[in-house]
Design a protein around this ligand. Structure first.
Ligand SMILES: C[S@@+](CC[C@H](N)C(=O)[O-])C[C@H]1O[C@@H](n2cnc3c(N)ncnc32)[C@H](O)[C@@H]1O
Length: 269
């Protein structure tokens, strides 16, 4: 485990409900495409790694998959167990998974590889637990970010908020470009074959309070910034939030935020 992983553990600790009520809906959008890319069908043994509140696992069950869902964060596992009482839900942390080689037909990780300290090792572990001929599929956020993600940086800049300088980062030798080329290269280096990657773009519709409550509860990169601020600064951020999100409000007052993800999939063997 790296300092980056330790930091991730503390960032997610106890935050499952806040995630469910905010960013989980954003992350849910590419879930069906992820399962399609992993070729998940009835009867398949499917591993959902970093299951969070179980969105992808639930959809894989709907397809008739025999699903195992794992996550590093106990509060996520608790919510997933409640949501999917018939699914095997276990604590497991990339880059080590407690399964034998080739145990699954497919392994999927929806917005998880971007949360690990050694992405190549994590993808290599997904490959290890999938049988030859099976599939691995992952999503991450692209860089440069689409407006849904970029908006927070714009708000913090407008509010004059400094970004924390002491956050652990991936070491350069472990980092990769958050582009299709970068993600495809990561999968190839992990020994996967027939790698394909594409961008999924959509409009994320949410109400302004839900979009605020995630970062306000410490979720995601904007949450890291928010949790370091005093009450006066938070008030100022909120004022700029109300002003700058107004450009994305529809007639009903909901936000319509352009979002995008990179989806890459590949075969084992
Ligand atoms: C952005 S959430 C995505 C959750 C879920 N896949 C979804 O689509 O809603 C990232 C999840 O990955 C989990 N996670 C982060 N690092 C992990 C690791 N090294 N091993 C396993 N899970 C991890 C977090 O606890 C969190 O539940």
């Amino acid at each position: 485990m790296t300092a980056f992983d330790d930091h991730e553990r503390s960032q997610w600790a106890g935050r499952a409900a806040a995630y469910r009520d905010s960013f989980a809906a954003l992350c849910a959008h590419p879930a069906e495409a992820l399962l399609d890319a992993a070729d998940v069908k009835a009867g398949d043994r499917v591993l959902d790694v970093g299951t969070g509140t179980g969105t992808v696992a639930a959809l894989a069950c709907d397809r008739g998959g025999r699903v195992v869902a794992v996550d590093a964060e106990p509060s996520m596992l608790e919510l997933t167990r409640r949501r999917l009482p018939d699914v095997e839900v276990r604590r497991a942390t990339l880059p080590r998974l407690p399964f034998p080689d080739g145990a699954f037909d497919a392994a999927v990780a929806n917005f998880v590889i971007n949360h690990v300290g050694d992405p190549a090792a994590a993808v290599g572990e997904l490959r290890r637990v999938v049988r030859p001929g099976g599939r691995v599929a992952v999503t991450i956020w692209p860089y440069p970010p689409p407006p849904a993600q970029q908006l927070w940086a714009t708000i913090f800049d407008a509010a004059g908020v400094e970004r924390p300088a002491d956050l652990p980062r991936l070491t350069p030798d472990r980092d990769f470009a958050r582009t299709c080329d970068g993600l495809s290269g990561l999968l190839r280096r992990a020994g996967l074959s027939r790698v394909r990657c594409g961008t999924i773009a959509w409009i994320h519709r949410t109400d302004p309070e839900s979009w605020w409550t995630g970062p306000a509860a410490g979720i995601g990169s904007p949450g890291l910034v928010m949790q370091r601020q005093d009450a006066r600064t938070l008030d100022r951020i909120r004022q700029h939030y109300d002003r700058l999100t107004s450009a994305y409000r529809d007639a009903g007052g909901h936000l319509a935020l352009p979002a995008a993800a990179l989806l890459a999939a590949a075969a084992v063997g």
